[in-house]
Every structure is written in C-alpha cells, then in structure tokens.
Design a protein. Structure first.
Length: 179
C-alpha cells in the first residue's frame, strides 16, 4: 500500500504532465501585475519528459541562462532549431525541428522568483521587445489599440532569461501546436 506522501507525489507528477490546448490567443495582462507570470519554454519533444520531471535545468551554453517567453508562439519558434549553439560553434547548419516534434511547456512563475532570478538587463530582447517589457504605458496603449485577447502579439519575440534552474513545480502543463 502506498503512503500518503507517495500518492501525493504521484498525483502531482501526473498533473504536471497534463497536455493543454495550445494558447492561440492569450490575455495574461501586464506581466508585472499580480503575484505570478505565465511564461513558456519551447523544446524538442524528446526533452519533454525530463523537463516535466526536473524543470528547466540546462542553461544555454552561450549565455549560461535559461530563456522563457510570455508568448507561446515565440516559444514554439524557439524550439525550431535543435542544437543551434552546438552547430554554430562547429560551423555546421542547425537542424530544423518539424512542428510535430516541438513542445511548449507552460509555467506559472511567482513574480518574486522571476524578479530575483531574471537577467535584469533583459538581454536577448531586440528592437521594441525590451521596451515592451519595461514600460507599462506601452502595454496600456497596445490594449487600447488592439483589444484584450492579443497579448501574444504584444509579447512576441520577448524573453526573460533566468540565471537559475526553473523548478518543475512551476509547470502547469505542456502544449503542441496543431497544424
């Protein structure tokens, strides 16, 4: 017979492995509001089981950080290249990962944890993405001009890089983008 603790762990692990419908349109609001932030990480599906079990533990070898984005479509795009850093270093081409081999992991990250572990310079954000993460008036203007359920467009190509492994207990599930 299983102990209460063993059953609790099994139920928790089962819940973490829940497949969710792909977030096509999202309204998470301004990421600094509330006590948590919804973030996504794109990966090859062969890494999914390990991430669901252990969280995000392998930083990018070039930056030493782990990337998360408020936009599920951007996360899906980040999963398009397999071994990109290793291929570039070897002077070879990266391998394109087909849509059906990509997974997007959804996280509910406590805001205090993100603020403690994120790269405060917001490196990795290009163009207007950095401004969109730092200026709430930009978000308010976007909402007024574009409507509520288009946050994914506002946050596209933006990312938070964290200097610490992202725990598995922040995971709410994973998604696959259907054609």
């Amino acid at each position: 017979m299983k102990t209460y603790s063993q059953l609790k762990i099994e139920l928790y692990e089962r819940d973490q492995q829940q497949e969710l419908p792909f977030d096509r349109t999202i309204h998470h609001g301004w990421h600094e509001d509330g006590d948590h932030v919804i973030l996504y990480h794109g990966t090859h599906k062969k890494h999914l089981h390990s991430i669901l079990k252990n969280g995000l533990t392998h930083p990018d070898p070039k930056t030493g950080m782990i990337s998360l984005t408020p936009d599920p479509h951007t996360a899906h795009g980040y999963a398009a290249m397999s071994g990109e850093a290793n291929f570039r270093a070897a002077g070879k081409k990266a391998v394109h990962v087909p849509h059906e081999d990509r997974a997007v992991v959804k996280f509910r990250v406590p805001k205090h944890w993100l603020n403690q572990h994120k790269d405060s310079t917001l490196s990795g954000n290009i163009g207007t993405a950095k401004k969109r993460l730092t200026d709430k008036s930009e978000y308010d203007k976007w909402q007024k001009d574009n409507g509520k359920d288009r946050d994914h467009e506002y946050y596209q190509t933006s990312e938070f890089r964290v200097k610490h492994p992202v725990p598995a207990h922040f995971i709410t599930g994973y998604m696959h983008k259907k054609k």
